[in-house]
Write a protein that binds this ligand. Structure first.
Ligand code: CAA
Length: 240
């Protein structure tokens, strides 16, 4: 029987590539999304992957949808905590609303989703959890106190979870992508983005597929000894 994977924010950007990559390796994928119905519809018809709309920052919505997924598919073997947003501004200009929004989508969602799947994984003595963090959680970035705080929090979350779960056949790892060719990065002002690319040793943006390849490996049976790791994929922009 094929394994079941749930990818949050799984219909666009890095999440889209992860969903498609996991499907191509024979996994049954469920891709969550929050709001963009048009791209979710397009993604579902192109990929034939099940999509489910809910807000992962709401514990209640996660509880309801995860329980429906268990009813329908019986299991969730793999969780990819990918959903994330930016609301960039230097702290002296940042609103409480944009602080709270980023914390709830990028970080609270990880508590919501992981706490709702962990007990079944422990019962099954198998689970693969991958968190998509960011280079900016490792090094910080001008204008991203909110985003960077949530992305570095994922590293501490993942390491602690790995300690708690290793004896149950569950791994928890973090990937820190650098600047990847997605809509999120394309939204950076052109001159700023150019100056960022100039500082990347590989002199280009990364591709979503380069992140998805690593997820595919981490969730495989072969990767059972990789646990509590933080894996940087950033063209040499930050060596950690
Ligand atoms: N370091 C030091 N100073 C900087 C700076 C930097 N990196 N960037 C800007 N400044 C300075 C500017 O020179 C300017 O100084 P002066 O007032 O003396 O001229 C001042 O700060 C204001 O700069 P801006 O005009 O850029 O300020 P703003 O308020 O209009 O914009 C911002 C702020 C929206 C944060 C903008 O700087 C920006 O977009 N920065 C890029 C942030 C970024 O990299 N986001 C990543 C998004 S993608 C993502 O997050 C995915 C991932 O995981 C990698």
């Amino acid at each position: 029987m094929s394994k079941i994977a749930l990818v949050t924010g799984g219909t666009r950007g890095i999440g889209e590539s992860i969903s498609k990559k996991l499907k191509s390796s024979g996994i049954h994928v469920i891709a969550n999304y929050a709001s963009n119905d048009d791209s979710a519809k397009k993604f579902a018809s192109e990929s034939n992957i099940d999509v489910v709309k809910w807000d992962v920052s709401s514990f209640g919505e996660c509880e309801k949808n995860v329980s429906q997924i268990y009813e329908k598919y019986k299991n969730i073997d793999i969780l990819v905590n990918n959903a994330g947003i930016t609301r960039d501004a230097p702290l002296h200009k940042m609103s409480l609303e944009n602080w709270e929004k980023v914390v709830s989508v990028n970080l609270n969602s990880v508590f919501n989703m992981t706490s709702l799947v962990i007990n079944k994984m422990r019962e099954n003595q198998f689970g693969r959890i991958v968190h998509i963090s960011s280079i900016n959680g490792q090094k910080g970035q001008f204008g991203q106190t909110n985003y960077a705080a949530t992305k570095s929090a994922l590293i501490g979350f993942s390491k602690s979870l790995a300690l708690e779960s290793a004896s149950k056949g569950i791994t928890s790892n973090v990937i820190c992508p650098g600047y990847i060719n997605t809509e999120m990065v394309a939204a950076i002002r052109e001159d700023i983005l150019k100056s960022i690319i100039d500082t990347i040793p590989n002199k280009r943006l990364g591709e979503s597929d380069e992140i998805a390849e690593m997820v595919q490996y981490l969730i495989s049976e072969k990767a059972s000894y990789i646990n509590g790791s933080t894996i940087s994929i950033n063209g040499g922009l930050w060596m950690d």
